[in-house]
Design a protein around this ligand. Structure first.
Ligand code: PGA
Length: 346
């Protein structure tokens, strides 16, 4: 509803822009004081005049159901002056508007699968497909094929390592570093996957240190969490994911380059997907946890992927949930149906 009204106003003006885009462009924070020169285009191409038009309509009551919810704003316009002042907070951005602010993000986690031939085929499928431009796509490729995959995959797709150590270099036989991932053209790394936790005994603390270092080196991080079947059946799902988030939060100070992947371990590779309601319940819990323990801004902006037996058949229903901002896909990311999963929001 919000965007419909806003679009109507803007279609007569400079360009279509949602309030959320404005928020992003100007990084408005609580009580942030914005001063715009009259008719000087801002990043979003919106001039103070246009903004003023929208605001005055809001003040006239046209947006009473819209703006207060979005901005809890106190607008001050000084007619006749060259400057336009707006004073507002993002305190009460509602869930629906947040949803549109978070770009859908789909990761393919190939795990220890693929060879040159099959990777070339996947790259061909992805290159010839029409992929939703509103979805960010990241391919998690075995380290040894990263450079090969980078050369074959469409350049707008992100490329992720599936693991990286917590320091830049040194005597750590068999490990790779974030610096190396960056050097060969990867821009992401998947950390804390349940297979790393269970099979390679990685602790919450080590994973958090890896995340801290990867972020410091300029990589983006898909930070995985999730409970086992035993933990779920014991009613401990929230407790477990909160513990895993706490460990990350000890080390991560800036969440801008982080995507959290909630992957219930019992759903990974089992063909047993969490129902959209089950997934949404944990995602909503995580959103609240972020708001209570990090900040409202991080809670509103951080993308939370769902992972665990996502297929073309179940992706669309999962993607409708307000707190599911994408997927981390294992088995199905090796198949042509990955294209349909990327396009789940279309
Ligand atoms: P799956 O794996 O889609 O094969 O269940 C998901 C994952 O482990 O990231």
């Amino acid at each position: 509803m919000h965007s419909a009204v806003i679009t109507k106003v803007y279609s007569n003006c400079v360009q279509r822009i949602s309030p959320i885009t404005l928020l992003q462009h100007h990084q408005f924070h609580r009580n942030h004081h914005l001063i715009m020169e009259q008719n000087q285009p801002t990043v979003g191409g919106v001039t103070a005049e246009v903004l003023k038009g929208v605001v005055s309509q809001a003040l006239l009551g046209k947006f009473t159901a819209v703006f207060p919810k979005l901005f809890k704003c106190q607008w001050k316009t000084y007619e006749g002056q060259k400057k336009f002042y707006a004073n507002f907070s993002t305190d009460c951005i509602d869930n629906n508007s947040n949803m549109s602010a978070r770009k859908f993000c789909v990761g393919g986690n190939w795990k220890m699968n693929g060879d040159q031939k099959s990777i070339a085929e996947i790259a061909k499928t992805l290159s010839s497909a029409s992929l939703d431009p509103n979805t960010e796509v990241v391919i998690g490729c075995p380290a040894i094929y990263l450079m090969y995959a980078r050369n074959l995959l469409p350049c707008e797709l992100g490329l992720a390592g599936q693991n990286a150590y917590k320091v830049a270099k040194g005597a750590f036989t068999g490990e790779i570093s974030p610096a190396m991932l960056k050097d060969i053209g990867a821009d992401w790394v998947i950390l804390g996957h349940s297979e790393r936790r269970a099979i390679f005994n990685e602790s919450d603390a080590l994973i958090a240190e890896k995340a801290e270092h990867a972020l410091a080196e300029g990589l983006k991080v898909i930070a995985c969490i999730g409970e086992t079947l035993e933990e779920r059946e014991a009613g401990k799902t929230n407790e477990v994911v909160a513990r895993q988030m706490c460990a990350y939060a000890q080390k991560i100070k800036d969440w801008k380059n982080v995507v959290v992947a909630y992957e219930p371990v019992w759903a990974i590779g089992t063909g047993k997907t969490a129902t959209p309601d089950q997934a949404q319940e944990v995602h909503a819990f995580l959103r609240q946890w972020l708001s209570d323990n990090i900040s409202k801004e991080v809670s509103a902006a951080l993308r939370i992927q769902y992972g665990g037996s996502v297929t073309a058949a179940n992706a669309k229903e999962l993607a409708k949930k307000p707190d599911i901002d994408g997927f981390l896909v294992g088995g199905a990311s090796l198949k042509p149906e990955f294209v349909d999963i990327i396009n789940a929001r279309q």
